[in-house]
Design a protein around this ligand. Sequence first.
Ligand code: FE
Ligand code: CA
Length: 534
Amino acid sequence: MKRLSRRSVLHMAGAGALGAFAAPALVGCTGGPARHWSKGDPFSLGVAAGDPASDGFILWTRLAPEPQSLDPATPGGMTGGPVTVEYEIATDPALRDIVRRGTAVAEPDYAYSVHAEVNGLAPGRPYWYRFTSGGAASRTGRAMTAPAAGAALDRLRFAFVSCANYEHGYFAAYRHLTDEQPDLVLFLGDYIYEYVDMRPAVVRRHSEGIDCVTLSSYRNRYAQYRLDPDLQRLHAEIPCLMTWDDHEVQNDYAADLSPSFMPRELFLARRAAAYRAFYEHMPVRPGRSRPNGPDMRVYDRFAFGDLVEISILDGREYRSAEACYGPPPRHGGFHLETNQSCPERLDPSRTMLGMEQEAWLFDGLSRSHARWNVIGQDVLMAQFRQKRPGDTLPAFSTDDWNGYPASRDRLLRHITANRVRNVVVAGGDIHSFFVNDLKENFDDERSPVIATEFVGTSIASWGPPYDRLAAALPDNPHVHFFDSRQRGYVMVDATPARMSVRLQSVGDAANPNAPLATLRSYVVEDGRPGALPA
Ligand code: FE
Ligand code: CA
């Protein structure tokens, strides 16, 4: 088994080209007419593939001939009942060698999105696909199957990304990532931003000048992001794994608690709308992720032969309230707390993942036979001591794992006790690169390194003040690298002997043509936790 993908230029099928297909059936599976649009390209939002298994994957599209239609009664410009969509899957990018044809339903209840579950394919290889419906054809996308469970794999290349505030910049980082043609990309949260930034420095504007609260406003936000050509091409060419952070719903929320103190019932209705719109736009498994009111499961585990197992976590839906949450003099969202100002932060019953997800994670890690155990999740895990203005005591963020140290301790102790092999944590949220040692006792230099953490900077979102965070580095000797001044992503090349990691920078996202540079390179050697400069 060699590496999964081969470099290839995808052939983009023009809208309306039907290739090998005869005119699709005009009657949908429920008996309604198959075509529910009179003008425009129903595949304007592109295609995506996700959740690779050893025999298949999820293919996504959403019919939206008028993708930014603001009328909630006609999402994407569509009306009427379910629409049948055909797909074809081939072993080559020109779609000559078609190995599967199938149909799926674009559901009105889910904004005419399609989540086609494909199985029965050969393991460990790329496939190419497209959708057709009502005389129109989508662009061609690339999907992949994972190698068979336990099969020998000698290489997996994946990138991870987070924090793509459309108003703060262009998606040049997504473009460079796609050009690198990794096997897979992990989206670790803040895929959209729900708010509108009133500051004059914004680079481009969210199309609705309002914060997303309703289903149609979240839908329109996703549609606007997906119309960006760099993001749309990334999804067409690179299969993905998805999780979320806070901005898919509201900045700094925790489970059913809004940082702006919306009444719980109202906030849960907002969360339900936000999760539903997320589902409608992502290539995720209906059986696992179809939302049920305000509840939706995104966490899951993905194996790539004997080489890599990736646990994708949900750090928002099940977490305990942020420490010292409450109306003034307590706090809503992110804030810094000392052990004196908020002893509640240290409560051992607090959890970042919820006890059910935590047990699921621990069970998966202790059963894993993979060489590398990657944990893809939303926020900074390592301890990070800061200072509040005018205070000399160490202070900690309430919004990342520093707000949930008991949960972090349980995880790191579990890794040690079960001798989980080569744990590498990937995260985002903080709009900065970090390279960290994860330790049971961050305050003891002799405490052994248990796992390695890489935090990717934002795709576009503005970073925190460099000087303020850099001033904290002497108090955090387990942080080997930090930079909040660059936008970009992280590229990982895993082999049995080592994991090579590049911090990829586009500098300033205000430049749509920003060139790519490698800011730093690291390796993690098999059996030796901790990043080494490459
Ligand atoms: Fe962010
Ligand atoms: Ca965030």
